[in-house]
Write a protein that binds this ligand. Structure first.
Ligand code: SAH
Length: 213
């Protein structure tokens, strides 16, 4: 077996051993190559289960966390999904193979531009990437069947709760940025919102406003 094939096999093994057991999620994570979303000196570490630096001082999340969040989101092929925090585009690419349509938004224009190039190269045509402050959601496209936030807020942003369809699911880290946060799953029911705490995580903070670079 080549070195690359062996690394990819270990990558999938690490996902399974950390609780990513949903076969649809594992299948798409085998298809979407994390190496396409990591640049420069870090490409060598693309198949390790750790977050890695990307441009604009941000990070591509740890693959097992991407897998666990995707699994908790229970995406179905008819779903319209909103992702807040495009970053490298890796999470959006995975979602695009599970959902009907993915809207992803980042406050850094440069990250959105770079992610769009990768989506085009991989022929992922059902992703719309936008620059903006995702904490306001995307009122024009609301409601969403699923919402995933990949940056930590102290509380679930109100506009995102409001833009979740009844029966919809939102997965997001909550807590202060310099401490360990909690990954939570919010389900919108006819009566209101149900909250479930999934596990401790660490994400970069959700920051207000469009970045100036
Ligand atoms: N999902 C990404 C990782 C995201 S890192 C991936 O798969 O690679 C978190 C991202 O959230 C960063 O790119 C950061 O710029 C973005 N972000 C932080 N606050 C934001 C906000 N208010 N609106 C949109 N994006 C935001």
């Amino acid at each position: 077996m080549t070195d690359l094939a062996e690394r990819k096999m270990r990558f999938l093994y690490a996902l399974r051993s950390k609780g990513v057991t949903d076969s649809r999620v594992l299948t798409v994570m085998e298809k979407i190559d994390r190496g396409d979303f990591v640049r420069g000196i870090f490409t060598d570490r693309a198949y390790e289960d750790m977050p890695l630096p990307i441009a604009c001082g941000q990070t591509i999340s740890q693959p097992s966390v991407v897998g666990l969040m995707t699994q908790a989101l229970h995406v179905s092929p008819r779903d319209k999904v909103l992702e807040v925090g495009t970053g490298s585009g890796y999470q959006a690419a995975i979602l695009s193979l599970l959902a009907r349509r993915v809207y992803t938004i980042d406050r850094h224009r440069r990250l959105v531009r770079e992610a769009e190039k990768v989506f085009a190269a991989l022929d992922l045509t059902n992703i719309t990437a936008l620059a903006g402050d995702g904490s306001h959601g995307l009122p024009d496209q609301a409601p969403f069947d699923r919402i995933i936030v990949t940056a930590a807020a102290e509380d679930p942003p109100g506009p995102l709760l409001a833009q979740l369809r009844e029966g919809g699911i939102m997965v997001l880290p909550v807590g202060q940025s310099d401490t360990v946060q909690s990954l939570i799953k919010v389900t919108r029911t006819p009566q209101g919102y149900e909250y479930e705490e999934l596990r401790p995580v660490r994400f970069v903070p959700l920051v207000e406003g469009l970045a100036q670079d």
